[in-house]
Ligand binder design. Structure first.
Ligand SMILES: Nc1nc2c(ncn2[C@@H]2O[C@H](COP(=O)(O)OP(=O)(O)OP(=O)(O)O)[C@@H](O)[C@H]2O)c(=O)[nH]1
Ligand SMILES: [Mg+2]
Length: 332
């Protein structure tokens, strides 16, 4: 067994930190480490928190940590957040509170910024979640900012996806357009101390009537004022109800299956790319000139690279025979 995996199974926080660096740096030993921790995963409740910049996700995560610790639950946090609470954004009070969590052995917080990009931010984030799961945290909170494709992708690892909205922000239309409505399990109307709450609730309900009219789970809407600790109890209650529903209905299993399937493909994709780049770096990349001069089209060049990589036989019969004889001089 990988020594870090062994130490993670003994709840060694320094080993967890090192393991996360290993996946961030896309180290050689990463796959072996992930392989060894895999049997230890599957117990934690993964909760995704997403929403527009400044919606109050970090404040909510922060307050939720305090709340969960009072219930004797341990919490891992992955903040995919270039503006972490330490680089600005959050109020001083929140920063102090966040700092308190750092000395609590029942809490582990990791920010993923550009550091996570060596192996791809989305993949690194998911692998970090798996490591935290293996460590044994009861709840893992994943904060992502924005509602773009990579956030959606990261969110899909979660058992429960909470979307944080604000009154007076026009968020609903954004969320609808980005396809978040379909994947949300729960809506949090944060900053419920501001005006415009009834309007937002009405908009949200009518969107849900359309999008979720025949869905087995209608996402509940919870109002919170995170800066005043209001609504946290109800938020946690709804998260747990969703988790219970998800386990009972088979939804959790289905998501886990899809998620693992995607992870396998991602690993294959990333490892193949690495090998392909290695292969090309050791060669003269003559195709660059052929493609730019127009003597070879990009598609034939791509297939040629692939064929060299996987071996010619494997791509036969896909309509490419003959093409290469025409496209590449001589050695087809
Ligand atoms: N009035 C009010 N302000 C809030 C509430 N929750 C958060 N805020 C404020 O909103 C601002 C943004 O809060 P964050 O928690 O940093 O929001 P975030 O969604 O994590 O922001 P990014 O990570 O930068 O996208 C801060 O100034 C908070 O104090 C709330 O319930 N009411
Ligand atoms: Mg934040």
């Amino acid at each position: 067994m990988h020594p870090l995996a062994e130490r993670i199974s003994n709840q060694d926080e320094r080993a967890l930190a090192k393991a996360i660096s290993t996946v961030e740096n896309d180290s050689e030993e990463k796959l072996e480490l992930l392989k060894d921790i895999h049997p230890m995963t599957g117990r934690a409740h993964y909760i995704g928190m997403t929403g527009s910049p400044g919606a109050g996700k970090s404040s909510l995560v922060n307050r939720l940590i305090t709340y969960l610790r009072k219930q004797s639950l341990t919490v891992g946090v992955v903040a995919v957040d270039p503006t972490s609470p330490f680089s600005g954004g959050a109020l001083l009070g929140d920063r102090v509170r966040m700092a308190e969590h750092f000395t609590d052995p029942g809490v582990f917080i990791r920010s993923m910024g550009t550091r996570g990009s060596l192996g791809g931010l989305s993949r690194t984030t998911k692998e970090t979640v798996r490591l935290m799961d293996a460590f044994g945290f009861d709840v893992i909170l994943i904060e992502t900012v924005g509602v773009g494709q990579s956030e959606l992708d990261i969110m899909k690892i979660a058992d429960t996806i909470a979307v944080v909205l604000n009154p007076g922000s026009g968020d609903v239309v954004q969320v609808f357009k980005a396809g978040i409505m379909e994947i949300a399990d729960l809506f949090v109307v944060n900053k419920a101390d501001l005006s415009g709450v009834p309007k937002l609730l009405a908009e949200l309900e009518s969107m849900l009537d359309i999008v979720k009219h025949d869905a087995p789970w209608r996402p509940p809407i919870v109002k919170t004022v995170s800066v005043r600790n209001e609504g946290l109890e109800e938020l946690w209650e709804k998260m747990q109800i969703h988790f219970a529903y998800s386990k009972k209905s088979g939804e959790r299993e289905a998501r886990r299956k899809t998620s693992l399937e995607r992870e396998v493909i991602e690993v294959v994709h990333a490892e193949m790319m690495k090998k392909l780049v290695e292969q090309e770096e050791s060669r003269d990349k003559s195709w660059i000139e052929e493609v730019t001069s127009g003597s070879v089209d990009p598609y034939s060049a791509a297939v040629r690279l692939l064929e060299d990589y996987v071996g010619r036989q494997s791509l036969r019969g896909r309509g490419w025979e003959g093409e290469k004889e025409r496209s590449f001089d001589g050695e087809g």
